[in-house]
Design a protein around this ligand. Structure first.
Ligand code: ZN
Ligand code: ZN
Length: 352
């Protein structure tokens, strides 16, 4: 089958012939129908996220369950599913209290090698590997979804939408009437804007340097798209969200907070980066929050996001800038690097 493989060392990435194993105990084989290109895929290639290689890339995918291994109970053959990148034990104190993104004994995603490329075992990326015609994942990473959501839309729920909407609703817990600002309007930042709409934020200031992205943010519900945040929010926003992964932008988002405000860092700076800031800036009850995967509870949240989409309250169609065939991976990657995409989505189903 075809899959996008990265061999390390900054080597060019392309589509190769890859094999995937049969599903083992508690595992599921998924026929991928569509997969979104996310910045984290690029981060593996440019070394910002170190990952063992060879690795089959992609982690924002949707498709159909093709086969299940022994002991699988939550999904069956033929189910439409969205891939979840979250591996968690389901039994520790954090999991038991609904905080699976804080799991203490999550299996290491870097241990899994379900693929073979040129006779060599190849790693799975982020418990998913969606840039492949087929992947084998743990049952907990195949989340059933309403089949009325088209696969290219459903795919985005698995990373960009979950991460952005979840940061606002699950992590920061933005209240009705609060003011907020979102820095960086890629797929995740735009999803933060929509999280603000769903939460009933009174002012949603969208900040970016690309005019088209500001225009799209307005269509998705941003109330302001200029950078004079302090004036607009009467002395600083209640919530700010950094969705770039830039240390300079994290500082700006911190400075834009009003008293009692909280900055949620959604972007992922290069691993090991550290930031210096004036500690006194946090006086007046300000907070900096980390956020993993939108603080997701995938089985609850994916279904909720799908319902919001089907009801017209969550916009996903507008987030898709362009569709590609898997073979067009290098062109899609270049479009992402040039900031031309809110989301680019690969369609793997040739018939679709
Ligand atoms: Zn992602
Ligand atoms: Zn756990």
């Amino acid at each position: 089958m075809r899959a996008v493989v990265y061999h390390g060392g900054g080597r060019p990435v392309g589509v190769e012939d890859v094999r995937v194993k049969d599903p083992g105990v508690g595992e599921v084989r998924v026929l991928i129908k569509a997969a979104g290109l996310c910045h984290s895929d690029l981060s593996v290639i440019d070394g910002s996220i170190p990952y063992p290689t060879p690795v089959v890339l992609g982690h924002e995918g949707a498709g159909v369950v093709e086969a299940v291994g022994p002991g699988v109970v939550a999904v069956k053959e033929g189910d439409a599913v969205v891939l979840s990148t979250l591996a968690h034990c389901g039994r520790c104190a954090a999991c038991e209290t609904g905080r699976a993104t804080e799991c203490r004994n999550a299996p290491n995603p870097k241990d899994t090698q379900p693929f073979t490329v040129n006779g060599r075992p190849a790693y799975q990326f982020a418990n998913a590997s969606a840039f492949a015609e087929r992947t084998v994942v743990r049952e907990q990473s195949a989340i059933p979804i309403d089949p009325r959501v088209p696969f290219d839309r459903a795919a985005l729920i698995g990373c960009g939408i979950m991460t952005g909407v979840g940061a606002v609703v699950n992590r920061a817990k933005v209240e009705t009437g609060a003011t907020m600002a979102v820095f960086g309007l890629g797929g995740i930042g735009l999803s933060c804007v929509q999280g603000g709409v769903l939460a009933g934020a009174s002012k949603i200031v969208a900040v970016d340097v690309v005019a088209e992205k500001l225009a799209l943010a307005r269509r998705l519900g941003a109330t302001h798209t200029v950078d004079a945040i302090k004036d607009l929010t009467g002395g600083g926003a209640d919530y700010t969200f950094e969705a770039v992964g830039s240390l300079a932008v994290i500082k700006q988002a911190l400075e834009a907070l009003g008293p009692g405000g909280a900055l949620t860092i959604v972007g992922v700076p290069k691993l090991g980066s550290s930031l210096e800031f004036v500690v006194h800036a946090l006086y007046q009850n300000k907070a900096i929050l980390g956020c993993r995967y939108g603080t997701a509870r995938p089985r609850r949240d994916f279904a909720l996001l799908a319902d919001l989409y089907l009801g017209g309250r969550l916009k996903i169609d507008e987030l898709i800038t362009q569709h590609y065939a898997l073979e067009e991976f290098p062109r899609a990657l270049e479009d992402l690097k040039q900031a031309r995409l809110a989301r680019g989505v690969f369609l793997l189903d040739r018939a679709a």
